[in-house]
Write a protein that binds this ligand. Structure first.
Ligand code: MRU
Length: 348
């Protein structure tokens, strides 16, 4: 791969280093993040985004909170770090990986640390494990997913479920990368993904860096290309998977409906950290983003002042529209046995 890791811990400077995704494709800017407050801003502004990358950011965020915490006794130390973790979790409510990453590091410290210095070491080690596992999960998802793809095909993807949305490699784009590495002849159609253009800016950029054939379309062109026989299958990532639905970037549901209508496979690629066995579709909060994301494009005003705007960041695709979910443990065909999955997820 020809791009740096999306997010990593810098052991010398004791800070988080990440790619500022708001600057792409114009500039590849690395940011050094030294406070949890700065990380909250980075997540809210989508400098760091994509469900698995948010899981890693949450884990590193708790490690940063621990490393920088000045409290002396273990109980006040753990309470202070948990407060910071809770603030981080609240920044984006839909992608479950964020709270999963935060809670995994908090729980490791709370269950195993006998002193403040031990808690700091445990937090950092656990966060590094989360990051390394994310990369390994993406490689495994890539291998399982690549086996599903024909030798030659055109794949539609929505938003960015690539290296930039994970520590590296990607989920949906990881499948594409793995298939290309195996010598398969793939073309990618990347939907631009209004309003923040993750497909046009990020998916197109990272595939181009790796020399993978990519064409950008507007979000409403997918059905037309499916009807014309241009698209063979759809692969997307996920922000949360409940027993009855897949939550992903707004517009995903539309592609799933169109894929079903045209008899095309609709695949979801996601690690088990994205699964939520404890809730169903109606329980999940869909993040509503600021009006200016829709009402402006750069400095240009695109909607008259005072006109009402809706800006849900995600939608839910009912499970019966999903052909298969590609995980690091293999390919799951709905209906899902969530009890078996949740046992795996919590004991790992
Ligand atoms: O708002 P974003 O850019 O964080 O939304 C990201 C998505 O919807 C991705 O498709 C999803 O997180 C899967 S990433 C592997």
């Amino acid at each position: 791969m020809n791009i740096p890791d999306t997010i990593a811990w810098d052991p010398e400077k004791e800070c988080i280093r990440y790619i500022d995704q708001t600057q792409l494709p114009g500039h590849l800017t690395m940011v050094e993040c030294r406070t949890v407050q700065r990380l909250e801003t980075a997540i809210t502004r989508l400098e760091v985004r994509g469900a698995p990358a948010l899981g890693v950011a949450g884990a590193y965020g708790v490690a940063l909170a621990a490393v920088t915490c000045k409290k002396r006794g273990l109980a006040p130390f753990l309470a202070a770090v948990r407060r910071q973790g809770n603030l981080l979790t609240a920044t984006r409510p839909t992608a479950i990986n964020l709270s999963w990453g935060v809670n995994r590091v908090l729980t490791a410290m709370e269950q195993r640390a006998a002193s403040v210095s031990e808690a700091k070491q445990i937090a950092l080690a656990e966060a590094q494990d989360v990051a390394h596992e994310d990369e390994a999960c993406c490689q495994a998802i890539g291998t399982y997913g690549a086996a599903l793809l024909p030798e030659r095909c055109t794949v539609l993807t929505h938003c960015n479920a690539g290296a930039l949305a994970c520590k590296a490699w990607g989920t949906a784009l990881g499948v594409i990368r793995s298939a290309v590495r195996q010598g398969k002849d793939l073309k990618v159609i990347a939907c631009e993904t209004r309003p923040l253009l993750q497909g046009a800016r990020l998916t197109a950029w990272e595939l181009t860096q790796d020399g993978i054939d990519v064409t950008v379309i507007t979000d409403s062109m997918g059905a037309h290309l499916m009807r014309g026989g241009i698209i063979d299958l759809v692969i997307v990532g996920a922000d949360r998977i409940t027993p009855d639905a897949v939550f992903n970037k707004i517009g995903t549901y539309m592609h799933a409906v169109c894929a079903r209508h045209h008899g095309l496979p609709f695949y979801v690629a996601a690690p088990l950290s994205t699964f939520d066995a404890d809730h169903v579709e109606n329980d999940v909060i869909i993040e509503e983003r600021p009006r200016d994301e829709v009402a402006r494009c750069g400095t240009c005003i695109t909607v008259p002042e005072g006109v009402k705007i809706l800006n849900p960041a995600f939608d839910a695709t009912p499970m019966d529209l999903v052909t298969a979910i590609i995980t690091e443990q293999g390919v799951l065909r709905p209906p899902l046995d969530m009890k078996a999955l949740s046992r795996y997820r919590t004991t790992r």
